[in-house]
Design a protein around this ligand. Structure first.
Ligand code: CUA
Length: 319
């Protein structure tokens, strides 16, 4: 019986799916019932009070009914507020990312997805363990894309020159579809990937295999983002102005910087997150830390590509 009222028949493969479906089903049936509750009486009265040839003068004058009008308005207000509260509480669950989530970086480009794991491994598919909180840190190399996993009921725009986030907890093993849900050019419809949700044991096995593969190809060993960032920190000469041990030099020290509330010139504050760090590299004068002079730092717009920015952010996070 309950099954009958469910509009979506897709698997509910994440922690959000059931909640999203409940709201969707509720709105669907509310509007379906509302539709018939309006249209059936409308048709009935249109026929009942029509002007006929036998009685052409019979068009009754109908006056308003204050009580009824107030009642309908208040009833609708209550329904709208319930929908708002319900939708908001579900949405706030989606945007409040748990601190213990495993981070995976996602790069969208015409016309593919690429996932980079903390160990430096890159893949065309997203591989995650069942039952763990996963945080996706997403950006785009070219135009707007949108990361969409229907079976998880999650979707988020992916935007060049900034980071957007998604999190989820996959509750069943299996392979699920990743779509691009924002028209991004000729091969938009081919911008597909898979999420592979492995059991904890299989995930450990996969991880171990990656590590072994890593060691055997020691010569061509792929560095992880933190190592790449550390090298860039030297090669791009960041260390001329920024220390990593907490002492300020020309610019603020990067030690334990990530996650901090930074006091800015002009009395405002800003949280140091991925977007803050990216902006500070690309356009240093946008936010000036109290007591520092911006004119010293050149903008790195055009000097660092997206992967280099990601690596530097990963390095700064690790300090
Ligand atoms: Cu990327 Cu559509």
């Amino acid at each position: 019986m309950i099954e009958f009222f469910k509009v979506f028949k897709l698997p509910q493969a994440s922690n959000f799916a059931a909640g999203v479906d409940s709201i969707y089903d509720f709105i669907f049936w509310l509007t379906a019932i509302g539709f018939f509750a309006v249209v059936i009486p409308m048709a009935y009265y249109a026929i009942k009070y029509r002007r006929s040839k036998s009685d052409p003068k019979n068009t009754p004058y109908i006056e308003g009914h204050t009580g009824l009008e107030m009642g309908v308005s208040l009833g609708l207000l209550v329904i709208v507020m319930v929908l708002f509260y319900w939708g908001w509480s579900e949405y706030s669950r989606m945007i409040n990312i748990p601190a213990d989530a495993t981070e995976i970086s996602v790069m969208g480009q015409q016309w593919s997805w690429e996932f980079t794991y903390a160990n430096g491994k890159k893949d065309r598919d997203l591989i995650v363990p069942q039952g763990d909180n996963i945080k996706l840190i997403m950006s785009s190399k070219d135009v707007l894309h949108s990361f969409y996993v229907p079976q998880f009921r999650i979707k988020q725009d992916v935007i060049p020159n900034m980071y957007t986030y998604l999190w989820f907890n996959a509750n069943q093993t299996g392979t699920f579809d990743v779509f691009c849900a924002e028209f991004c050019g000729t091969l938009h419809s081919k911008m597909l990937s898979k999420v592979k949700v492995l059991s904890k044991e299989d995930y450990e096995k996969w991880n171990a295999e990656q590590e072994t593969a890593h060691k055997t190809e020691a010569a061509t060993q792929q560095k992880n983002p933190v190592e790449i960032g550390k090298e860039l920190f030297t090669s791009k000469n960041c260390m001329a102005c920024h220390t990593v041990d907490g002492t300020p030099r020309v610019g603020p020290s990067l030690n334990a910087l990530f996650g901090k509330m930074e006091q800015l010139e002009g009395g405002t504050t800003a949280k140091v997150d991925e977007n803050y760090l990216r902006e500070s590299m690309m356009n240093p004068s946008a936010k000036i830390v109290k007591g520092f002079n911006t004119a010293t730092m050149p903008p790195y717009q055009g000097q660092l590509n997206d992967e280099e920015v990601n690596a530097l952010v990963a390095y700064i996070k690790s300090l």
